[in-house]
Design a protein around this ligand. Structure first.
Ligand code: FNR
Length: 361
């Protein structure tokens, strides 16, 4: 794309220009002071690389597997809701773009296109993200529909017993976008006047009593592997392994839930150590560069997921925009691997990074 964006940050600028303020604020914003939102990005900038020289990097292989599924690179599409607010083709465009890049898409429970529509738009390995609702039958139904429609894993988001306070959404009186998956399943009586309507909607539907025993229940109603998204401590990582999950996503929800949680890259190693290889550990939050992906892998992540950059690509240029975002990040990772002397992902080690958690003076 001539004169097009040359990095992921420039897609954000385009998205800002293209979107109504209410929607841009919804996509870009975080909780309260937005400390965690900023830190997710900035913490990557406090990690330096230690490249090795004189390694044959004439061929770079970024391919890997997750739960037995092949991926062209260790980059997945994180679940983000309401993608039609970014582009009329919404999740359909994202699904096609991800498939074209051989990247696994995790479809948000809050998609504007139904999980069936997304499944039928093109063939690809996809995961489905689930919240557990007060009405357990609704979650069970969604899970069974995901299973029937060929989704290969269930990503259960566990950092959202209630919705974090996103003040921009409150100010803008953010609307509730249509969730096609819930049509006919849930009707909400919340008073939706005033404040962010999302918050009222979430507190009517999400179950704040969700606890570890419910993971057992989820496991009992599906054969699909269950991945827990939203773990940021060693303690919970160990509990997740004991509960028999198949994977963990180190995530603070892109800084949209509990503010002042640490940036994900700073707690990745703690979680990886606690898990000690029992299940794959993924990371999301603030990944904007190929070097960020490299850093996460060096600190033990099996793969990373990207949230906002995908939505910005979608807002900038639909399916093509999402494809550019994923490709750009893949290309940056490939170059980073070459310059760091790592022809394959297995060559990336802890010794390739150096952490400086202090702010540069
Ligand atoms: C999200 N995220 C999210 N997570 C989830 O489990 N279910 C969801 O429906 C959503 N919806 C959602 C909407 C929007 C607009 C954003 C920005 C994020 C969180 C998402 O999966 C992921 O954790 C973060 O987006 C990762 O951080 P970055 O890549 O956006 O910095």
């Amino acid at each position: 794309m001539e004169d097009g964006p040359v990095n992921l940050r420039e897609f954000q600028e385009l998205a800002k220009r293209n979107l109504p303020k209410m929607y841009y604020d919804y996509f870009s914003g975080g909780a309260e002071d937005q400390f965690t939102l900023r830190e997710n990005v900035e913490a990557f900038q406090r990690i330096m690389l230690r490249p090795r020289i004189l390694v044959d990097v004439s061929k770079i292989d970024m391919s890997t597997t997750l739960l037995g599924y092949n991926m062209s690179s260790p980059i997945l599409v994180a679940p983000t809701g309401s993608q039609q607010l970014a582009h009329p083709q919404g999740e359909l465009a994202t699904a096609r773009a991800a498939a074209a890049c051989n990247a696994i898409m995790v479809l948000s429970f809050a998609s504007n296109y139904s999980l069936e529509d997304v499944a039928s738009t093109c063939n690809a390995v996809r995961f489905y993200q689930l919240y557990v609702f007060k009405r357990r039958d609704v979650s069970a139904t969604l899970l069974q529909r995901a299973e029937r429609n060929g989704y290969k894993a269930i990503v259960v988001t566990v950092d959202t017993p209630r919705l974090g306070r996103r003040e921009a959404d409150e100010k803008n009186k953010m609307i509730i976008p249509r969730n096609s998956n819930l049509e006919g399943l849930i009707s909400v009586d919340a008073d939706l006047t005033g404040g962010s309507k999302l918050e009222a909607y979430a507190s009517e539907t999400l179950d704040p009593s969700l606890s570890w025993k419910d993971i057992e229940w989820l496991k009992s109603i599906t054969k699909l592997p269950i991945i827990l998204k939203g773990i940021i401590t060693a303690e919970d990582a160990r509990k997740a392994v004991d509960a028999g999950v198949s994977g963990i996503v180190v995530s603070n929800h892109g800084g949209r839930q509990l503010d002042y949680t640490p940036p994900t890259i700073s707690v990745l190693e703690e979680v990886v150590k606690a898990v000690s290889g029992a299940v794959p550990v993924l990371l999301d939050g603030g990944v904007r560069r190929g070097t960020d992906v490299f850093k996460a892998l060096a600190l033990g992540a099996k793969a990373v997921m990207i949230g906002r950059p995908v939505v910005y690509g979608l807002a900038a240029n639909g399916e093509h925009g999402v494809r550019s975002v994923i490709k750009m990040l893949q290309n940056e990772l490939e170059l980073t691997m070459a310059l760091a002397g790592c022809p394959t992902l297995r060559d990336i080690t802890r010794n390739h990074v150096m952490i400086n958690h202090e702010r540069p003076r």
